[in-house]
Structure formats: structure tokens, C-alpha cells
Design a protein around this ligand. Sequence first.
Ligand SMILES: [Zn+2]
Length: 114
Amino acid sequence: MAKQTKKKRKQLIAEKRELAMIEGILEGSPDGIGVVVVRLECGCRKMAAVAIDGEPASKVIIYRDGAESVCEKCKDDGGAFMRVTESFIHWVDPEPSEDEKNIIYSKVLGSTPH
Ligand SMILES: [Zn+2]
């Protein structure tokens, strides 16, 4: 089979450890229809629930797995955008329509997943 040249956006799925955080965030955010997950190069994570209109539905939470606090860099810059390696939205079931997703994506992450 020929090598695929078309670049497909990597389907990002929350890791088990992230899912635990996501569930906790959603419990405290009744308006949340999803959680924005931002992975930073240092290993810290930033998360926030998002409402159907793309507005934040919770406070932004920044944490580091297995550590009492985030790393020194994040303490400094609060998880700066330039150090983000991956970001995606974990949707609550039932997921919003593709159109709604795209609107929320562009509002929250500044780009659509396509
Ligand atoms: Zn960090």
C-alpha cells in the first residue's frame, strides 16, 4: 500500500490520568459540555471546562501528575501558550454537532481541528 501523504490531524484522546481530572472538573461545572485539555512540554497540564457557547465553564486548572505543584516554569509563566505541545477538547457524551464543535474549537483554541 502506498504511503499516506495526506496529513490527518492526530486524534487526541485523554489519558486515563487526565480523565480522572476531567471528570472532577465536569462534576463542578454543570454547564460544561467538554473540557479543554492542554498538554505542556514540561509535562504539566492545563484544563478548563467549556460551555456550549465556547465560554469557560470553570476556572483554569493547572497541575502536574504525581506532584504537589506545577514545575518552576509553569509557576513562572502559568503554562505559556508557546510551550503547549498538544491541545484538544474532551467532549461530554452526547457530543455537540460538528458545527458546534468547530465554533467552540476556534473560540477556545484559536483554530478548528481541520
Ligand atoms: Zn510545567
